[in-house]
Design a protein around this ligand. Structure first.
Ligand SMILES: [Zn+2]
Length: 153
């Protein structure tokens, strides 16, 4: 069972980005490790992308802030296993953890259907934007008017 509510959008940090991975990088309180389900995406140099779900205890959560600190070594080991299975080859893989999966949001009658099917979409709760890397503000006349976005990485 998971202790923290997966439905709350959180900011993600990696253990090697914070000075003390046992403490919240935003308020300094001790973090608590929890078992949760995540949606990850991996990509090889050829541009092949696979996404997959994993349930791991790699995240440490703050009881006060919407923050999770992921143990990078644990996530990388999952990425390596997934790569051997889904994108075999000797290439280096890039990965992104997209967010937590709120398993409680799946209606009971759909729990037998495989997650990610058309009639049972993955209840992904995407991470909040990084505080340190604000994207450039889009405003005024600099916006190209009919530009279309071509998906997400
Ligand atoms: Zn905190």
């Amino acid at each position: 069972m998971s202790k923290f509510n997966a439905a709350i959008p959180r900011r993600v940090y990696y253990s090697d980005q914070v000075t003390d991975p046992e403490r919240c990088p935003e308020c300094g309180k001790p973090l608590e490790r929890d078992h949760q389900t995540y949606l990850l995406e991996i990509r090889n140099v050829a541009g092949d992308i696979e996404s997959f779900l994993t349930s791991i205890a790699a995240g440490a959560f703050c009881a006060s802030c919407p923050v999770v600190v992921l143990a990078r070594d644990k996530v990388e080991s999952i990425v390596q296993h997934a790569g051997e299975r889904f994108l075999p080859g000797k290439q280096r893989l890039e990965f992104v953890v997209l967010g937590l999966v709120d398993l409680d949001a799946i209606p009971p009658e759909k729990r037998d259907i495989s997650l990610g099917d058309d009639d049972n979409p993955i209840p992904l709760v995407r991470f909040l934007p990084d505080l340190a890397h604000h994207p450039p503000k889009r405003s005024g006349p600099n916006i190209p008017k009919h530009k279309k976005r071509k998906g997400w990485v």
